[in-house]
Design a protein around this ligand. Structure first.
Ligand code: NAD
Length: 418
């Protein structure tokens, strides 16, 4: 892996650049860029055919100065200790940027769930829940869904935890189904914050989001919901993709129909409403007003960044631009709304879910959406304010300035002990 695509190095340079603008001491910067604990486990399960298989699994607990560790669990063959560590670091500053009282965590199992039956995935999920049980808890560390995990996995983790602890504790994970203690609005929350961040960015740039053209890379939970909500806002979704490739129609897609097609066939490729099939790189460099990378890290490196033509990029995925790509785009008129703001809707509504679990009092969807909107709008305004006050190079740096100041304040208030 080249340095440019090492997510942990990208995370470290993002934090370090902003921390240097704040003139923080080297020791503080080292603390802010180092995880508190990374647990590695090996999980062995019985396959359906009776054979045994062992998997590497991780949980990184990065920082808990502002509250319990918080972050998703990813199932993907590319999951490594470095990747979950970077993702847990991003969570720390995301929670601070959007101002929810959590630290940062992340976990994952290195495997491709598509290659396993549902009961094998359940056994592996329960083995993982058993391995992390000693270090998670409603006040310690609260997992949530990420790539290739969802309500089903959260329900299994909650059940495993509750069975082993002989209690009921729905707030030990978020992103659960409604009947298992989930929140209204959680499934749509990440896509909703992406839409809200895009709306604020267009307004800030004095541009009209109505009829703006949009390309979405990665038509999963985050990308498809963002596409649907932007379409409802009047924007035109002209290109979408998944790992099999991209589809294009200059007249715009109906995002719901594309979603129905993908859930039937497993892919967007072959959708009858497309006028053209293209590669993911062609989608990322297509002539659109708004580009939403919503797949995985490193979608845009410095080379591809040279060819990006969108005026506004809103990061739905975590870490979709390498630091070198950021540097290329900083020299252009393109504005990049960073992941730690744009996709923070997921963790914000996770926080609302946890609050509701603890109060045993459940909110309406309207209340959830209103509270989410105020967090995103406030964070956007704070980012713009920091950009101007500190003459920051990028909006990412500006959002990190806001977030780092919050984490450092909590750290200072607690002091260093022992
Ligand atoms: P998902 O599994 O629902 O969807 C991911 C999509 O990306 C799939 O359609 C997959 O086919 C596609 N994809 C994978 N590799 C690709 C590639 N190389 N090119 C194009 N498409 C590709 O996952 P998700 O939950 O939507 O997460 C997507 C991103 O958003 C991740 O970076 C995740 O960390 C981030 N995120 C998600 C949430 C959430 O609540 N779901 C919250 C915050 C951040």
């Amino acid at each position: 892996m080249s340095d440019e695509s090492d997510p942990y190095q990208n995370f470290r340079s993002q934090v370090t650049d902003a921390a240097e603008l704040l003139e923080l001491e080297d020791g503080v910067i080292e603390y802010l860029t180092t995880p508190k604990r990374v647990q590695k486990s090996h999980l062995t399960i019985e396959r359906d055919d009776g054979s045994l298989e062992t998997f590497a699994a991780y949980r990184s607990q990065f920082n808990d100065d502002r509250g319990p560790f918080k972050g998703g669990i990813r199932y993907h063959p590319m999951v490594t200790a470095e990747e979950v560590t970077a993702l847990s670091g991003w969570m720390t500053f995301k929670c601070a940027a959007i101002d929810v009282p959590y630290g940062g965590g992340k976990g994952g199992i290195s495997f491709d769930p598509d290659e396993y039956s549902e009961s094998e995935v359940e056994r592996l999920t329960r083995a993982y829940a058993t391995a992390i049980r000693p270090i998670i808890g409603v006040d310690e560390d609260i997992p949530a869904p990420d790539v290739n995990t969802g309500q089903r996995e959260m329900n299994w983790i909650k059940d495993t935890y509750e069975t082993l602890e002989d209690t009921t504790e729905p707030g030990v994970v978020t992103g659960k189904a409604l009947e298992s203690g989930g929140s209204q609005g959680r499934v749509e929350a990440t896509g909703r914050s992406v839409m809200l961040a895009a709306r604020e960015a267009f307004e800030y740039r004095d541009r009209d989001l109505q009829d703006a053209t949009v390309a979405v890379q990665g038509y999963g939970n985050a990308g498809s919901v963002a596409a649907k909500l932007l379409d409802e806002f009047g924007a035109r979704i002209v290109a979408v993709s998944d790992s099999s490739g991209a589809i294009y129609n200059p007249g715009g897609f109906n995002p719901r129909d594309v979603g129905v097609f993908k859930s039937k066939t497993g892919t967007v490729s072959g959708y009858e409403g497309a006028t053209e099939e293209m590669s993911n790189d062609e989608l990322l460099t297509s002539e659109v007003d708004l580009l939403i990378p919503a797949a995985l890290e490193n979608a845009i490196d410095s080379q591809l960044a040279e060819d990006v033509s969108a005026d506004i990029i809103v990061e739905a995925a975590n870490g979709p631009l390498t630091t070198a790509a950021d540097e290329v785009l900083a020299e252009t008129d393109t504005i990049v709304i960073p992941d730690i703001l744009a996709n923070a809707g997921g963790v914000t509504v996770s926080y609302f879910e946890w609050v509701q679990n603890r109060q045993q009092f459940y909110w309406s969807e309207d209340r959830v959406n209103e509270e989410l909107e105020s967090h995103v709008v406030d964070a956007f305004a704070e980012m713009v304010d920091a950009y101007e006050t500190y003459d920051a190079d990028t909006y990412r740096e500006a959002m990190y300035l806001v977030a780092i100041k919050r984490v450092v304040r909590a750290m200072d208030e607690a002091g260093v002990w022992p």
